[in-house]
Design a binder for this molecule. Structure first.
Ligand SMILES: [Zn+2]
Ligand SMILES: [Zn+2]
Length: 172
């Protein structure tokens, strides 16, 4: 270490001690080098933290949308079970997206979010098929249930994108 290095030491990157820092992180103020800093002037640990926060927000958005259709379907099933127990049994697959919704709420996992959303869409398609040609209100009810599921699809795309970006930061 030369005398110049010693005087410069405050301006070194916090993570890569040998590399000159370009400036303080916009979020936490620690010095970051060009390798660490992103387009928003944030250091690597801050990118990771913000990435995780964003992933969790998106996952929760997907999770509650995933739970709407199964909850409505299962409420309907519990009413139907009083008169027709076998019809209620057919609604048990709805427990799958409901359970996945709970898991995704706790852990931002894109694979499980996709699985839950596609299961929801599949079950809705089965319902459309069953209601086709029947009473108009039965279909209206499916379209209402489909809205949060379709919105969840958009959330899944976003979650996958955020998760991929985060993996890149974690691997760096
Ligand atoms: Zn920072
Ligand atoms: Zn660095």
């Amino acid at each position: 270490m030369t005398l110049d290095d010693w005087f410069d030491s405050e301006a070194k990157c916090l993570l890569h001690g040998a590399v000159d820092g370009v400036g303080p992180c916009a979020r936490c103020g620690s010095f970051a080098c060009p390798r660490c800093v992103d387009g928003h002037g944030r250091c690597e640990p801050c990118q990771r933290r913000e990435g995780l926060d964003a992933c969790e927000r998106t996952a929760r958005g997907v999770a509650w949308k995933l739970c709407v259709a199964p909850t409505a379907a299962l409420l309907g099933a519990s009413v139907a079970a009083k008169t027709n127990p076998t019809a209620a049994l057919a609604l048990l697959p709805w427990l799958v997206p409901l359970a996945l919704g709970f898991v995704v709420w706790r852990r931002p996992n894109p694979a499980l979010a996709w699985l839950g959303t596609l299961t929801c869409c599949g079950l809705l398609a089965v319902r459309v098929h069953a209601a086709w040609g029947g009473a108009g209100w039965a279909l209206a009810d499916v379209w209402l249930l489909a809205m949060p599921s379709v919105a969840a699809l958009g959330g899944c795309v976003e979650l996958s994108r955020q998760h991929r970006a985060l993996r890149w930061v974690l691997a760096a």
